[in-house]
Design a protein around this ligand. Structure first.
Ligand code: DP6
Length: 325
């Protein structure tokens, strides 16, 4: 009863922002992401008859507290689904995601955990079923089941059985780059979970965010199919700005941005006015990810590294979905 899985993280180009069901993690809107090759989590799960509780090691440290609770509650769902509420697991996870890069390790983490745990307990889930299960650990993680460009369909059913990711095009469809600009200062964090809840409940801008999604999706999917970089980049950037605008109208208002965030956004606009197609996107934190084409690698790297407050730049290409080791 042992399995090891590897999952990559993903960056949303059309953001998931807001839940309609907290316990099942059902989103208000569809979202769309690119799985990244540079960052992944590898997780081994082994179920033992003799254990009386789960144990969780992350990067060789034994984890307790909230992070442990999230893992063990997720394993409860796996046990229940498998009809094996009598067994507990030893979980070893290694994150190859530099936390400083501000890329969600929860996406690769829950995706690898769901894959390894469901296999170890003896379930043979197809990717769609695996995505439904993964979603219940962390929403954005359900997209990491697949490689390349991926859409998460919010679904309509109350039980969440139709809320899962679907692959749009595989990683080898289009060679583009995503640079994560790593910042020197660590911000005080409002977790994405809290941030989206406050926004849904209090932001007067939230309804227009939800209304804006279908048109963005149609345009960006056309752009992806035709490899129209400017279309994809500009929709992603505008979608990100609209998501962050909702936080400014929340009560109490908040923002994830810091001064370095603005400097990077400015630098990306500068690149564009000098003829280099580059676009930014930002998740629930201050870090900025920049999309560009391989031929502009040197110019983009040079520009980002020259910004005061940027400590490192980590580049990814489109990555693969779940694999078993
Ligand atoms: C801004 O998936 O981390 O990165 O479902 O509560 O675990 P939970 O939230 P999470 O939220 C990610 C939000 C986002 C946008 C996105 O990845 O689509």
């Amino acid at each position: 009863m042992k399995a090891t899985a590897r999952a990559h993280t993903n960056i949303a180009l059309i953001k998931y922002w807001g839940k309609r069901d907290r316990s099942l993690i059902l989103p208000m809107n569809n979202s769309l992401s690119l799985t990244l090759d540079g960052f992944y989590t590898e997780t081994t799960v082994e179920f033992h008859d003799y254990l009386t509780a789960d144990v969780f090691y992350l990067n060789n440290d034994c984890i307790t507290g909230k992070a442990y609770q999230r893992v063990t509650s997720f394993l409860d769902r796996v046990r229940e689904k498998a009809g094996r509420t009598d067994v507990y697991a030893e979980v070893h996870s290694v994150n190859h995601v530099p936390t400083a890069a501000g890329l969600a390790s929860s996406a690769s983490g829950f995706s690898a955990l769901a894959a390894a745990a469901s296999k170890a307990i003896g379930m043979q889930l197809n990717n769609q079923e695996l995505s439904v299960l993964t979603r219940q650990g962390s929403g954005s993680a359900c997209r990491s089941v697949y490689g390349g460009f991926v859409e998460w369909e919010k679904g309509l059913k109350e039980d969440g059985s139709d809320s899962h990711a679907i692959p749009i095009v595989p990683a080898n469809h289009w060679d583009i780059r995503v640079a994560a600009a790593v910042m020197s200062s660590d911000a005080k964090k409002i977790l994405s979970r809290e941030g989206m809840e406050r926004t849904v409940n209090t932001s007067s801008f939230y309804p227009s965010w939800v209304e804006s999604i279908p048109a963005d999706l149609i345009t960006i999917k056309k752009g992806i199919m035709h490899k129209d970089f400017e279309k994809v980049g500009s929709i992603a950037e505008a979608n990100c700005l609209r998501m962050h605008a909702t936080t400014l109208a929340a009560h109490p208002p908040f923002t994830y941005w810091q001064s370095t965030t603005f400097l990077i956004m400015e630098a990306v606009r500068d690149l564009r006015s000098s003829g280099v197609p580059a676009y930014f996107t930002i998740d629930a934190g201050p870090n900025v990810k920049v999309l560009y084409l391989p031929e502009d690698e040197e110019t983009v790297q040079h520009k980002l590294r020259s910004i005061a407050g940027v400590r490192d730049v980590i580049v990814s290409k489109p990555g693969q979905g779940i694999s078993y080791v």
